[in-house]
Design a protein around this ligand. Structure first.
Ligand SMILES: Nc1ncnc2c1ncn2[C@@H]1O[C@H](COP(=O)(O)OP(=O)(O)OP(=O)(O)O)[C@@H](O)[C@H]1O
Ligand SMILES: [Mg+2]
Length: 1110
């Protein structure tokens, strides 16, 4: 069965009664008895209508688990057994669904469990509201603000180990969906006196102990602190450790929480530095030092702590030291400096410590607010949670308790306003019959305290502002005169003689009968605490600090902003902030959690009747129940009521056209709600019993379910139909497409099959035809083969026959020939012997020769004289003839060739022939000259202007002109010379200038010497005794040696006197140089000389010519 279907009720398995409204008989005893009964069974929550009474169990109960959260989630308030979660759920849903801002007022005395209760409410709301990364971060920050504020604002007191020493109101802001957006925390009056002094059995704020126990050694040394609590005057030692509190772990939790909330590393460090500074401040002690004017001036005793504190906060030591010894009073532009005595110095020190701490605390709250501030400007729904310090009665009550109790008084007032008075007044307003219930209205006490004319706070302010000597006593005197008549004010000196002998009321005290009991206040310190003054020198010293946070905390220390106006007193400030708070609460829908403390011992299982009875009384719970029982549990304006339930009646559903009230009447009549269960007010309908409301709600829920089902039905129907139509349409399209596709496929398949089929048939047919053709071909082939074979056989037979026949014929012919031969021979034998043999021989020879010559004629070689080919001789006996004919042919051919020559060419060839005769096989240079034509003129004298003169000197026609080298006789070096040959002489001239060097008539030339080698050296020997011979022989060299010598030889031979020049070819010859004869010797040179012919004069008699070996 699902959870929604479980029909449970508050009445199920009830221990006592879960709702005090159901208590029977209703009396104080039965009320307390019911609480006790439930407390004993760990049922710590009980309702009075919508108010939750919470008993502090002083032990942890398994009723705050995630399962429990789920159990209470979205459940009706009275559906399950009473729980704080039911209230939280109701408030949250009302905020989310009905858009009503909520406030949760947690009241009760110190240690009753307010802080815990408010935390449970917050954690429940966090658990049931939306989720998501951002939302979770906001939730986490909101929740984690608690440990931070508790560390700095809570302390162990006699009544509570974790007593809130400040008031806290937190607005949690939600968006339209109910997801948290952020929050705003307001803090009220931190009990700062605790910083410097704690009552016996109590201790300072947690953070001091947590820091010393939990900080690492490193952190402590940075903060110049010692782990030992005993070293610090401001820490009370008797209850420094609290059972069940692990300060070290808490320190880590706090640091972690600060980090989650969004504190920066350096911010945390600054905060800890300030905490350390407060501790250090407490250790500064003073000693009196006499001054000349007879007054004592305070001096710091041991400056070490002062120094360390100044170092921590970045304050110049002398500035602070001076601020502890002097006080500057400024009035009307005048500054007067007075010394402080030791007591005043201590007062200043403590004031500084208290101020430092409270301002730090307020800064922390602001810093947290900055972090948890909602990031949107959109409209927000707000749930306020008020956890303010509980009503306190100590042995020694001072200004703080007075303020705290005043605050509680105001809260009680608002409770009365909203639950009791407001309720009764509403009945009257609405004209509902009503039996008046008596209850105590504490407005009178509030008035005693806060009245602007004669209220205690106004008196105190007046006293503080009054010129002249103002002491706590003068203040008390004032109270005694002004408030003496007030029935809730008691004082020994008041005119009311009743207290004159009351020894429980000391002279320096006054007593107020609060709604929660009488509290005795000692006036000592009231004036000071209300003034809340810090010497300006100190705030200025703080402002000068080189510490950003400290500077921020003491803005009034800024010398540029000296404000001579007194700051508002603490009482005034508090009254104003409480006033604002009350106004704020009145705009919201209140939800009450009334916390009750079962015993004074902080112990589980102990239920002290008297203590509980006292709380029940002053909390006005009995009256609360009575009002609840007498009146109507629920009321609502007609319009929203009709709007909410109109679906329960056919007449009002869906629209009611008449007035809302009539509609509600019709509705309730139709639903047959018993008449005693409701009453019609002027603007509202009143429902007496919650049960009636629940049954209406239940019916509404069922009806809504039906309506939802109907809507769902129609919607589903519409959706299904739309879906169906869509599907149908789609189906048609799909079907069409599918059919097309299927037909396509089918067609393709059939086509494929037909093709296959066709191909098979065609194949089969083709094969059949092929087979037939093959068969036919085979047959034809067979026939052909047979025919071929047959023809072959026939042919072979025929050939054999013909062969046989031709053989026979041949044989016959041979035989016949033989026979004829034989016959002829026999017949001609007688003629043959005489001349037939010779004739036959001649004839045969003739025939052969004829055949030979005819053959030769056909095979004749070409006419080229160099063609050496000649047909082979077919007849051995003609060998000689054959060679002779060859020779003859060659000569004839050469003759033919020569006949084609011109005269010029003939001469050239003659020259060549002569050269061949002269040098062939004699000189190695000769073969090179064979291929070179003998041009004769290599210089072209006529074209070169340089040689014009030379040309004129030479009368005859130049037969040869060439550049030759003349060998120097002394060293063998060569010099170029032009060598000219004419018909009668040869000439040597300078090559460059053309100057004639020598001209020798050819008849003077006797012989020429050349070597056998591949060189161009030649010596021209002149006939002895001639004029030319006077200069000696010429030793010349030229590459065209063969041409030169040949021409020389020919020219000489052709001359008129047929001069014959001897050509000597030898490798060693003598040359006549003037008188000497020098031997020119040719040797084969070493290969290193390369291709050059080297000529060297070895000695007087030897000129060596080294010729490269070929
Ligand atoms: N529901 C609870 N379950 C278990 N323990 C609780 C519960 N409520 C309160 N306590 C115990 O009681 C102690 C005091 O509660 P809490 O601090 O909430 O009191 P308070 O009303 O806020 O007091 P004060 O006015 O001094 O701040 C808690 O520290 C816790 O030990
Ligand atoms: Mg508290």
């Amino acid at each position: 069965m699902s959870k929604m279907e479980v029909k449970t009720s508050l009445l199920d398995n009830m221990i006592g009664v879960g709702d005090m409204v159901l208590l029977e008989p209703l009396s104080e005893d039965s009320f307390i008895d019911n609480l006790k009964k439930r407390f004993d069974r760990n049922e710590i929550y009980t309702y009075i209508g919508s108010v939750v009474i919470s008993m502090n169990p002083y032990k942890s109960l398994p009723i705050y688990t995630a399962e429990k959260v789920e159990d209470y989630r979205n459940r009706n308030f009275y559906e399950l057994s009473p729980h704080i979660y039911a209230l939280a759920d109701e408030a949250y849903r009302s905020l989310r669904d009905q858009d009503k801002d909520q406030c949760i007022l947690v009241t009760g005395e110190s240690g009753a469990g307010k802080t815990e209760a408010s935390k449970f409410v917050m954690s429940y709301v966090a658990a049931v509201c939306g989720k998501g990364k951002e939302v979770n971060k906001v939730k986490e920050q909101l929740l984690q603000s608690n440990p931070v504020l508790e560390a700095f604002g809570n302390a162990k007191t006699i009544r509570n180990d974790n007593s809130s020493r400040f008031g806290k109101y937190m607005d949690i802001e939600f968006d339209f969906k109910g997801d948290p957006l952020g929050g705003v925390i307001s803090n009220y009056l931190l009990e700062k006196s605790r910083v410097v002094k704690q009552p016996r059995g109590e201790r300072n704020f947690h953070i001091f102990y947590q820091l010393l126990s939990g900080a690492s050694e490193d952190t402590l040394s940075k903060l110049k602190l010692d782990r030992d609590f005993r070293k610090y005057n401001y820490l009370s030692l008797d209850s420094a450790t609290v059972n069940g509190l692990d300060d070290a772990t808490s320190f880590r939790t706090v640091k972690n929480a600060m980090q989650i909330v969004g504190f920066m590393e350096d911010e945390v460090q600054s905060v800890l530095e300030l905490v350390a500074a407060v501790l250090k401040l407490g250790n500064i002690e003073f000693k009196p030092e006499s001054r000349v004017n007879g007054f004592d001036e305070s001096q710091v005793k041991d400056k070490n702590d002062l120094k360390e504190m100044c170092e921590l906060l970045g304050i110049e030591q002398y500035v602070l030291e001076r601020a502890f010894s002097f006080r500057t009073v400024e009035a009307k532009m005048e500054k007067v400096s007075t010394t402080l005595n030791v007591a005043q110095a201590y007062y200043a020190r403590d004031a500084l410590a208290k101020n430092l701490y409270t301002r730090l605390f307020s800064w922390l709250v602001n810093r947290i607010n900055e972090s948890i501030k909602a990031q949107t400007k959109a409209r927000k729904k707000v749930m306020g949670v008020l956890d303010i310090y509980g009503f306190e009665i100590f042995e020694d009550n001072s200004f703080e308790q007075f303020i705290i109790n005043y605050c509680n008084e105001k809260l009680q007032q608002i409770f009365i306003e909203l639950t009791l008075r407001e309720e009764q007044e509403e009945y009257i307003r609405e004209g509902i019959a009503w039996t008046n219930i008596e209850y105590f209205n504490n407005a009178i006490i509030c008035d005693l305290i806060e009245n602007n004319q004669n209220g205690i706070l106004a008196m105190l302010d007046e006293e503080c502002l009054r010129p002249g000597t103002v002491t706590d006593e003068t203040f008390l005197d004032k109270l005694n005169t002004v408030c003496a008549e007030h029935q809730h004010f008691e004082s020994r000196q008041s005119k009311n003689s009743k207290f004159l002998t009351d020894h429980s009321l000391p002279h320096n005290c006054f007593r107020i009968q609060h709604y929660a009991g009488k509290v005795l206040y000692r006036v000592e310190g009231f004036v000071d605490k209300n003034n809340d003054l810090l010497y300006r020198d100190l705030s200025q010293a703080m402002y000068k600090a080189n510490h950003s946070l400290i500077k921020l905390l003491f803005p009034e220390g800024n010398p540029a902003k000296v404000n001579l106006k007194r700051p508002p007193t603490a009482g005034l400030q508090f009254r104003a902030s409480v006033g604002t708070l009350m106004k704020n609460l009145q705009t919201k829908n209140p939800n009450y959690i009334r916390c009750i403390k079962p015993n004074d011992k902080k112990a589980a299982h102990i239920f002290t009747d008297s203590l509980v009875c006292h709380q029940v009384r002053y909390l006005g719970l009995m009256e609360n129940v009575r009002v609840r029982r007498a009146g109507y549990a629920f009321r609502q304006a007609y319009e929203p009521c009709l709007e909410r339930y109109k679906m329960l009646c056919k007449k009002t559903w869906p629209h009611w056209n008449g007035r809302a009230r009539e509609g509600v009447e019709v509705l309730l009549t139709d639903l047959q709600v018993p008449v005693e269960e409701f009453a019609y007010g002027r603007s509202k309908i009143f429902i007496r019993n919650p049960r009636t409301l629940f049954s209406l709600e239940e019916k509404r829920r069922e009806c809504l379910e039906d309506l939802a089902t109907l809507i769902q039905k129609i919607y589903r129907g519409w959706k299904c139909r739309t879906q169906f139509l869509l599907l149908k349409k789609s189906q048609v399209v799909v079907a069409a497409w599918y059919r097309r596709y299927a037909q396509q496929k089918k067609y393709q398949k059939i086509r494929c099959s037909a093709l296959v089929f066709q191909s098979f048939i065609r194949g089969w047919k083709a094969r059949k035809i092929l087979r037939e053709l093959k068969y036919k071909k085979h047959c034809e082939e067979a026939v052909t083969t047979i025919a071929a074979y047959w023809h072959g056989t026939q042919a072979r037979r025929e050939r054999k026959r013909l062969k046989e026949e031709s053989r026979r014929k041949h044989a016959i012919a041979v035989i016949w020939a033989f026979w004829l031969g034989l016959k002829v021979r026999r017949e001609y034998r007688k003629f043959f012997k005489a001349n037939a043999g010779k004739k036959i021989y001649d004839f045969t020879i003739q025939r052969i020769l004829q055949k030979y010559f005819l053959g030769l004629k056909k095979m004749m070689p070409s006419m080229s004289p160099v063609d050496m080919s000649w047909p082979a001789n077919p007849y051995g006996f003609l060998d000689k003839t054959h060679q002779e004919i060859r020779g003859m042919f060659h000569l004839w051919r050469c003759n033919k060739y020569r006949c084609l020559f011109t005269e010029e060419k003939k001469a050239t060839y003659e020259e060549k022939l002569e050269a061949s005769e002269l040098f062939k096989d004699k000189k190695a240079l000769y073969p090179n000259s064979v291929g070179q034509p003998f041009k004769g003129d290599y210089v072209e004298l006529s074209k070169n202007p340089k040689y014009q003169k030379l040309k004129s000197l030479v009368e005859d026609k130049v037969l040869l002109a060439d550049v030759v080298s003349k060998i120097n006789r002394s060293n063998g070096k060569e010099a170029p010379r032009i060598f000219l040959l004419t018909k009668n002489n040869f000439v040597l001239a300078d090559q460059k200038t053309g100057h004639l060097k020598a001209s020798v008539p050819l008849p003077d030339l006797s012989s020429v010497f050349v070597s056998t080698q591949n060189d161009g050296f030649f010596a021209l020997r002149l006939k002895e005794g001639t004029t030319s011979a006077a200069k000696g022989d010429f030793l010349l060299s030229s590459n065209r040696l063969v041409e030169i010598i040949t021409k020389l030889h020919r020219t000489a031979a052709a001359s008129t006197d047929r001069n014959q020049i001897n050509i000597n070819i030898t490798d060693e010859f003598l040359v006549q140089f003037k008188q000497d004869k020098v031997c020119v010797k040719f040797i084969l040179g070493a290969p290193k000389n390369g291709n050059n012919v080297l000529c060297k004069r070895k000695n007087n008699r030897l000129l060596e010519v080294s010729v490269p070996s070929p």
